[in-house]
Every structure is written in C-alpha cells, then in structure tokens.
Design a protein around this ligand. Structure first.
Ligand SMILES: [Zn+2]
Ligand SMILES: [Zn+2]
Length: 208
C-alpha cells in the first residue's frame, strides 16, 4: 500500500497543474530517471549495457544531456557509444540498435503503473481532484482503454464528455473562422478562440 500512497500524492500534485496529469508525472519521472542514471549509475553495468545496446537515449531524451550539470557522466556515456559505432561506420555499416531507449522504457513503466492505479482507485478524493483536472490526453486515454480490462464508469464518462466537448468547440472554431462569421467568432470565449492549441496538446500528449 505504501507505493499506492506515493502514487496518490503524485497524482494529486499533477492534477493541480495544467495539462494531462500522467504526462506531467512522466515528464518529472523521466527527468529524475535520467538525473539518477547519470549521477548514480553511470558505472552500473546493467545500465551501461542497455544504454550501449540502445545506442544511447532517443533524441527526445538525449536533448537534456547538453545542459546537464555533470559533464563527466555525459562524456563517459558518449565515449562508450561513439567507440562502439565508429568501427562499423568506418566499414560503411550501421550498428544495430538492439534495445529500446532506457528512458523510454522507464516512461512506459511509469505510464502503466499510473494508468493501472487510476483505473483501480475507488477513492472519492482522488476522483474529485482528477475530474477537476484536464484529464488524460488522447494518447494516454487510448493507452488506458487498451491496457485496462475495464475502464471504470466515472473515468470513461469524464473523458468521453471532455473529448466530445473539445470536438464540439473545435468544430465551432472551424465554422466561425469562415468568411462572414466574424461576429460569431468575436463572440467566442478567450479559451474557445485558441481551442486549436488545446486540441493539439490533447492529441499530442507528451510533455513540453
Ligand atoms: Zn498524457
Ligand atoms: Zn527515450
């Protein structure tokens, strides 16, 4: 139960922020994971082997390395990868990628954990703060629907209503953008005038 407790608080905190709560958690956790790997596990054999097999982090996760506070750890990992691929490159060959980006694997694990936790929760306080949030992005709701045997009714209702509403507002935005509908457009709420940003964010998922 101790672990559930941690997840509950993590969700509560993420729900108070804008955007999909699971995206927020994933972003925080993957930053922490990379930090932890570079700081504590750079000489860990298991991690180094996976890192080498993956030819390093994916571009998304590797982006943070250049601004990382520990240049030595980044250099050690980079040296490893470049020394590993250079002989192949010299022979005009591409070194095989044999493993998934370790940070992506960690992300997938965290996503499964939180989606499972959410689907199993019967806690009213959790339902309250969750339904006061933006809810899951489309990719995370899709992951929930396909990974959980039965999506609880409260979660399903909440998301279906949210997505229906987003669709309706987006259609209005499109319709009122037409020539001659300037008055209707002007009457839209400030949020509805930029609903295109909201639908883009909801469909993209992932963290900024
Ligand atoms: Zn998300
Ligand atoms: Zn990655």
């Amino acid at each position: 139960m101790a672990e559930k407790h941690i997840n509950w608080f993590a969700l509560e905190k993420a729900c108070a922020k804008p955007g999909c709560p699971v995206c927020t958690i994933v972003r925080d956790r993957s930053a922490r994971y990379i930090d932890n790997m570079l700081f504590e596990h750079v000489s860990d054999r298991g991690f180094r082997e996976r890192y080498r097999n993956a030819l390093g982090f994916c571009p998304d996760h590797a982006r943070s390395l250049e601004s990382y506070r520990d240049g030595l750890a980044v250099a050690i990992l980079g040296e490893d990868i470049l020394a590993h691929v250079l002989p192949d490159l010299k022979r005009g060959k591409a070194t095989k990628v044999r493993d998934e980006c370790p940070a992506c694997a960690e992300t997938a694990r965290v996503e499964r954990e939180f989606l499972g936790f959410l689907a199993e929760s019967e806690d009213q306080a959790l339902k309250d703060f969750f339904t006061a949030s933006e809810g899951l992005c489309v990719p995370h709701y899709r992951a929930l629907v396909t990974s959980v045997k039965k999506v609880p009714l409260w979660l399903r209702d909440f998301h279906e209503r949210r997505f229906e509403e987003l669709l309706r507002r987006t259609r209005n935005f499109i319709e009122f953008s037409a020539w001659g509908r300037q008055d209707d457009f002007a009457a839209l709420s400030p949020e509805d005038k930029v609903v295109w940003k909201e639908i883009a964010r909801s469909l993209r998922g992932a963290a900024d």
